[in-house]
Design a protein around this ligand. Structure first.
Ligand code: DLL
Length: 435
């Protein structure tokens, strides 16, 4: 089922004409209203009218997370604050988050792409949507909620946590649709098993919409098998809109990018050169219709393959593969983006620690990701004895948790307690199995 047949099934030539027209529109808007783009376009002698074809987009500069950080918090907004109706934020690379703003119009665009995402899995007004993505600054909860409510489904904004209670509500309310990260879906399935609840018999679930973190086909089969549902992959990022950049159809042969709103390119992450269809590279996205905070050639740092071949479902929209990796060192822990540099910055703020640390990520038996930070005390802290050590450990734990916004375990170890490497320091040990 599709939400907006006229667009989703539009022939490619028409779609590309629409993209070009919208691209020129957004370039004019940012050149006039965003000081950052105005400056960079002038410096590189770029006139929006020079862009005469979609390929000409390659002449435009990239936008990166660092550019958003440099213009923190609202410097990239294209409209006065009074036209902004919603602000979200995701992790930045250091202490400050990446901030995004939506106008009323952008909320409509978001509602539209989220309704398309859910409609691709046949969600209708008759469904009960159990939405276990986090509600708050993270775009997952409110984004899925917006789509489900626009469709008219009974939406349950349960957010994260309290797993046993979630199972009770899913059963009692007769949830037919589950929205959550793939790792939380596994936690739900496993907790149900521990509680002796036969998911397939007791729940009415039919479909699930999982995203916000990488997951494999093996994990999909496991979720589908244990819950008796069809699981759809949903991709997005806050800087571009949140969830709703791309989503799967029943063919599960890649995620359709909503190209009437987002222009997609694949580049070589090292050279920045554009790559042909079907090659693996970094996904670069330009927002074509957003008015609050449009981004031009935003480097997602996500590695994917892009295909423009028609899909069995009939949609002409390009499809991206599942996310195959990152071109930076960002980790996703329980759906939350974490940069090692954020942890480092937090540790450096605490007196009495040596600049030696290691981040260990693990996922035991399908449980949620587990983040542990090991950091060395200075010799002086060590000499102060056990209680000073304990105090330091509590202080560091609070500091790191406050910076990341998730629970972590911090272990302060004796000087020399972290193994030195002969080459580059090994700061991150990721033991999660992504088979
Ligand atoms: O994770 C938006 C979202 C919420 C998408 C709910 C899907 C469902 P951010 O917190 O800004 O936004 O994180 C964006 O998460 O650049 C990817 O690295 C990763 N990511 C998002 N969806 C997927 C996915 C939300 N389906 C970053 N598969 C992105 C793999 C994903 N990685």
């Amino acid at each position: 089922m599709s939400w907006e047949e006229s667009v989703e099934f539009m022939p490619r030539e028409r779609l590309e004409m629409l993209q070009l027209e919208r691209l020129r529109g957004v370039l004019h808007r940012v050149a006039e209203t965003v000081p950052y783009y105005k400056r960079i376009f002038e410096k590189q002698k770029i006139q929006p009218d020079d862009i005469k074809s979609l390929d000409d987009v390659a002449q435009l500069p990239f936008t990166t997370k660092a550019d958003l950080r440099d213009n923190y918090p609202f410097g990239m907004f294209a409209v006065p604050l009074k036209q902004i109706v919603r602000v979200h934020a995701s992790s930045g690379t250091t202490g400050k988050p990446t901030v995004v703003g939506y106008t009323r119009h952008d909320m409509d665009v978001w509602a539209e792409v989220m309704t398309r995402t859910l409609s691709a899995g046949d969600v209708t007004a008759s469904d009960v949507v159990h939405n276990a993505y986090g509600y708050g600054l993270f775009t997952g909860g409110l984004g899925f909620g917006l789509g489900a409510e626009t469709i008219g489904a009974a939406t349950v904004p349960v957010s994260g946590g309290f797993t046993k209670r979630q199972l009770m509500l899913m059963e009692d309310f007769g949830a037919t649709v589950l929205c959550c990260t793939p790792s939380y879906a596994l936690v739900l399935a496993e907790t149900a098993e521990d509680e002796g609840i036969d998911f397939r018999k007791r729940m009415k679930l039919r479909v699930g919409f999982m995203g916000a973190e990488p997951w494999s086909e093996a994990i999909r089969s496991e979720i589908e098998g244990r819950m008796g549902i069809e699981a759809f992959d949903v991709y997005g990022l806050s800087e571009v809109i949140g969830p709703g950049v791309a989503g799967e159809c029943h063919a599960h042969a890649g995620l359709h990018i909503f190209e009437d709103h987002f222009l997609a390119e694949i580049i070589d992450p090292d050279t920045g050169a554009r790559l042909p269809d079907d090659s693996e590279g970094e996904l670069v996205l330009t927002t074509l219709t957003k008015t609050g905070m449009p981004v031009i050639r935003y480097r997602t740092r996500d590695c994917v393959r892009l295909s423009r071949k028609p899909c069995a479902c009939g949609r002409a929209l390009a499809r991206m593969s599942k996310v195959l990796g990152r071109t930076d060192d960002m980790l996703i822990i329980r759906g939350v983006n974490v940069f090692p540099s954020q942890i480092e910055a937090a540790l450096l703020n605490v007196d009495g620690l040596a600049p030696q640390y290691q981040i260990v990520v693990d996922r035991r038996a399908n449980r949620l990701d587990d983040l542990e930070v090991w950091v060395e005390a200075t010799a002086a802290t060590y000499r102060d004895g056990e209680s000073a050590f304990q105090r330091m450990q509590e202080q560091v734990t609070q500091h790191v948790q406050h910076t990341l916004g998730i629970n972590v375990r911090v272990r302060v170890v004796a000087p020399g307690g972290i193994q030195r490497s002969e080459g580059k320091a090994v700061r991150v040990i990721d033991r999660r199995q992504m088979q």
